[in-house]
Write a protein that binds this ligand. Structure first.
Ligand SMILES: Nc1ncnc2c1ncn2[C@@H]1O[C@H](COP(=O)(O)OP(=O)(O)OP(=O)(O)O)[C@@H](O)[C@H]1O
Ligand SMILES: [Mg+2]
Length: 273
């Protein structure tokens, strides 16, 4: 793993006007290239706020955020365009534009981020490639309302990954999906991180998602996502975070998470299938 720090939080806090408690309370961590962070936490714990701070959609009240080695805490909106082009995000609500076709939705980041230099004739090819990647090559001309929830999630992944960003953040990519579709989505995330050595952060409530990310790898020879051997697991670099009331209350490996006796933290392991 390259020891390039992709995202760094230093004592980051966030407070919304009118709220008693902070939404994020002095959170610090590093996310390195090739690393995966699985983020658990009850509703309202601050998971989405953390992701939005990382890409400048919210600004912290205190602390420092470094993205690709650059201090972005005080970055102006214009400068954020360039930074965001290098970070893909799958929003919790999906975030697809209902009035646009799937092709238009997926090409959006390429056409609207001036700093991603992709030739116009290349855009269509990229959309085809990425829709193929998520297993939806026939949906180009459809509208989001014509697709199932799981398919829309896959389109969201296609859109987040189309510019080949070095940082990918997925907010609840499997929420509300059946286990088969959820596993298929996690397999896509595993394939993406392996092919491009991306740093990834995944918010989920499903322990099974975290377990798969920590123990499964993509084999390019067979194009399959399979359970990794114990030696290979070391190279998957997957860590688990648990948030509670805006604070990071746990950080460690799957094994350490499993061993936790804290009643709040162990709730995220008991769902284990
Ligand atoms: N735009 C906003 N304005 C005011 N308060 C907000 C805003 N966004 C989030 N909050 C508050 O910040 C806290 C953390 O919210 P956040 O959306 O990060 O939770 P979450 O961990 O993502 O929960 P869930 O699992 O339900 O998605 C909550 O108390 C929420 O009410
Ligand atoms: Mg959320």
């Amino acid at each position: 793993m390259a020891d390039e720090c992709i995202l760094r939080f230093e004592n980051v806090s966030m407070h919304f006007d009118g709220d008693d408690a902070p939404a994020l309370d002095r959170v610090s961590f590093n996310l390195m290239a090739g690393e995966t962070i699985v983020l658990f936490g009850a509703a309202g714990a601050g998971k989405t706020v953390l992701l939005k701070l990382a890409v400048g959609l919210l600004r912290p009240v205190s602390g420092r955020i470094l993205l690709f080695g650059r201090d972005v805490t005080e970055l102006r909106e214009q400068e954020w365009y360039a930074m965001r082009a290098r970070a893909g995000i799958l929003f919790q609500e999906g975030g697809l534009f209902d009035s646009m076709t799937i092709e238009e939705n997926v090409s959006y980041p390429m056409l609207n981020q001036k700093l991603v230099e992709i030739a116009p004739e290349e855009v269509h090819r990229r959309v085809e490639e990425v829709l193929q990647f998520v297993g939806l090559p026939q949906t180009m001309d459809k509208f989001p309302s014509e697709l199932s929830g799981g398919m829309r999630r896959r389109v969201g992944i296609a859109r987040a990954t189309v510019t080949h960003p070095k940082l990918l953040m997925y907010d609840s990519p499997t929420a509300g999906l059946d286990p088969i579709t959820a596993n298929r989505i996690i397999a896509l995330l595993i394939k993406e991180r392996e092919l491009r050595n991306t740093a990834s952060m995944i918010v989920t409530h499903r322990f099974q998602d975290g377990h798969m990310l920590a123990t499964f790898r993509y084999n390019p020879q067979t194009d399959k996502v399979l359970e990794a051997s114990p030696e290979q697991r070391e190279k998957l670099h997957t860590r688990f975070f648990v948030m509670k009331d805006g604070r990071l209350v746990f950080e460690g490996t799957e094994e350490e998470l499993d061993k936790s006796t804290d009643p709040y933290i162990s709730k995220f392991t008991m769902q284990r299938v």
